[in-house]
Design a protein around this ligand. Structure first.
Ligand code: PLP
Length: 455
């Protein structure tokens, strides 16, 4: 985009004059302006000039049914006409929230007892933090409050969720993390595995790091551990073999709750309904969002075990109410869209489709392993990334000043596929789950062209 675009009264100029953008360099934005997306259809979006892009990240790892699913639009319209808003405070309820809660409990990867609705992944994870504290107070364990997350984790941006996140830019100068939130090692074998160490040995070392941290802090002070099954914004990091098995053995030993953040992995991304199923995680608490409504309207959910719900009941008796909840918790319109999304997953056998087309997706990723700029390819189901390196042999990263990741993402965008540079120089793909094999080929052709254009 040329700076001249920002003169006059173009949409781009008006944007730069009026909007604060998320995760954007606010200074270069003033001269470069935005990419303005106007319409969407299937896996494609179109900008204001009519240029077509494949949305290789399903927006923000979320629009699982692409950008024009009439069934979801219809579900929203019908619910809007019937009851455009109602809330869930003081024992009020609506049918869409009840139906969606039942559905989530039915498909859940663990025997959860109840569902709480919020609007975003961040709100869900902030809720999780409060529930852990509330629960341990109900158990008479007021000292057992620390929550352990991982370096490079992404759990959102609200005060507690950003604290859980293990990416320094989310903490720097925001005065985070808050107290009682700690970070243990990131299970990225390619980066942190030692020479000669097998994946399983590396997993054992990660579990040992966790155990040492718990022992150092004192097991009586550690309440919970939170993890994304596959780390998304941290670079699409797939855990090494046996990682969660070993981690969960440590958690059980010290009475530490397991929290699964399924905001990206939930609803089919890994080829199973939940990342917890793919990696054999038995969570006590689960947060989900994004593909819950194919991102057509904001909605997130937290599921809790019977024990945790019992503790919440006890606290609400003590204080007269469970004093937490959002104006839009269980909003009937997003809940209706969420319910229709869950039905469509079944009616169209989306899980079977993902398992089928992901073979092609993974083949195309693996074919990039020999590229001179690519240090590692990581992919599973319909999520993956390439990690760019300056030196393949030594795994040396590019100098951050060079902005290899963002530059490559821009070249890919010019070639007609929207990817995203995450956690440095990792280019991620996480397309709508409805993508076909031939669309996967077209997406990778453009992705590779962008890569070659910067090489
Ligand atoms: N958790 C994970 C794993 C995520 O990837 C995200 C967002 O990308 C969040 C939480 C935060 O969700 P939101 O942006 O809806 O607040």
């Amino acid at each position: 985009t040329s700076p001249s675009l920002l003169q006059g009264n173009s949409l781009a100029a008006r944007d730069a004059k009026s909007l604060i953008h998320a995760y954007t360099n606010l200074s270069t934005h003033l001269t470069d302006g935005p990419l303005i997306i106007e319409t969407g259809k299937g896996i494609n979006v179109f900008d204001e000039n009519g240029k077509e892009y494949i949305e290789g990240l399903a927006g923000l790892w979320c629009a699982s049914f692409g950008f024009g699913e009439e069934e979801l639009i219809e579900a929203a319209i019908q619910q809007m006409r019937k009851l455009p808003f109602y809330h869930s405070f003081a024992s009020k309820s609506t049918q869409p929230g009840i139906r969606l809660a039942e559905k989530l409990l039915e498909i859940a990867p663990a025997p959860f007892s109840k569902v709480f609705f919020a609007n975003s992944g961040s709100e869900a994870n902030d809720t999780v933090v409060k529930l852990v504290w509330y629960y341990n107070n109900s158990r008479g364990l007021p000292e057992k409050k620390k929550i352990i997350s991982r370096q490079k984790a992404y759990h959102g941006v609200t005060v507690a969720a950003a604290s859980l996140t293990g990416l320094p830019p989310l903490h720097n100068d925001f005065d985070l993390p808050i107290k009682n939130i700690l970070h243990t090692s990131c299970p990225h074998y390619y980066r942190y595995g030692k020479d000669g160490e097998t994946e399983e040995e590396f997993a054992a070392r990660c579990a040992d790091d966790l155990e040492q941290l718990i022992l150092k802090e004192g097991p009586d002070t550690v309440a919970a551990f939170i993890a994304e099954p596959i780390m998304g914004a941290g670079g699409v990091i797939i855990p090494p073999a046996t990682y969660f098995e070993k981690i969960q053995a440590v958690l059980r030993k010290y009475d530490v709750l397991m929290i699964a953040d399924e905001v990206i992995c939930g609803f089919g991304r890994t080829g199973q309904m939940w990342g917890s199923q793919t990696f054999d995680i038995q969570p006590d608490i689960l947060s989900c969002a994004k593909a819950l409504s194919s991102a057509y309207l904001p909605i997130s959910a937290v599921m809790v075990s019977q024990d945790i719900f019992d503790g919440m009941v006890k606290q609400s008796e003590k204080h007269g109410a469970f004093a937490h909840g959002f104006t839009y918790s269980g909003h009937p319109v997003p809940a209706a869209v969420g319910m229709r999304t869950m039905e469509l997953m079944e009616e169209r056998n989306i899980l079977g489709h993902v398992r089928h087309v992901s073979k092609r997706f993974n083949e195309r990723f693996n074919a990039l392993a020999d590229h001179p700029l690519v240090g590692e390819v990581r992919s599973m189901g319909l999520i993956g990334a390439i990690e760019l390196v300056a030196d393949k042999k030594t795994k040396r990263s590019f100098d951050p000043k060079y902005k290899a990741g963002p530059k490559t993402a821009q070249a890919m965008q010019d070639a007609g596929v929207i990817s995203r540079a995450v956690a440095g120089d990792n280019l991620a793909l996480c397309p709508p789950l409805i993508i076909t094999e031939s669309e996967i080929d077209e997406m990778f052709d453009r992705f590779t062209k962008g890569l070659d254009d910067v090489a």
